[in-house]
Design a protein around this ligand. Structure first.
Ligand code: ATP
Length: 152
């Protein structure tokens, strides 16, 4: 179904705010309709915010953005943490996969969060990828379909 993903993202951010070590910056339009499952998308955004929280330093900026590009709607969570090397970008979505840097810093985690997130996003008709954030960090992008007149 078509849901307002901007409203959903704002609610997730509001709920996460108290536990965040970073400054959450929100760049969202008033309304942004996309085809998605609300619970899956909430879970996904929480997983991305909690990863940013774990892996990026305190007091840096984490940007939650959303925009429509033609028939696609993109929601992104960008941090200014250590980033993810190109040769690891695909693997962070694999079950139990964790970067050595995270293990050696003894940041706790199971390596399941992103695998579950990717499964949920795929099941609700979207995709998720990770890119470099500039000048530093990683930017996770969830791409959803914009509704056409039939599913509004
Ligand atoms: P959990 O599932 O308990 O959250 P996790 O954080 O280890 O554990 P994932 O969320 O699947 O698991 O992430 C997999 C790995 O990808 C992490 O262990 C970390 O090495 C890397 N990673 C994820 N998000 C980021 C990020 N924002 N910045 C840098 N590395 C990240």
């Amino acid at each position: 179904a078509a849901i307002d993903v901007a409203g959903l993202a704002r609610r997730v951010v509001a709920r996460f705010q108290q536990q965040s070590r970073q400054q959450l910056e929100v760049l969202l339009p008033d309304k942004l309709l996309a085809l998605a499952n609300a619970e899956s998308l909430e879970h996904a955004l929480l997983a991305l915010l909690s990863n940013a929280n774990k892996y990026a330093p305190a007091n840096t900026v984490v940007t939650i953005a959303g925009e429509q590009h033609g028939r696609r709607v993109e929601l992104s969570v960008a941090d200014r943490g250590p980033g993810i090397p190109d040769n690891e970008k695909k693997r962070v979505f694999d079950r139990f996969y964790r970067l050595d840097a995270s293990r050696s810093k003894a940041i706790s985690g199971t390596g399941l969060g992103l695998a579950i997130t990717r499964r949920l996003i795929t099941l609700s008709g979207g995709t998720i990828t990770v890119l470099d954030n500039h000048p530093q960090g990683s930017r996770f992008v969830i791409t959803l379909k914009a509704p056409n007149s039939e599913n509004l």
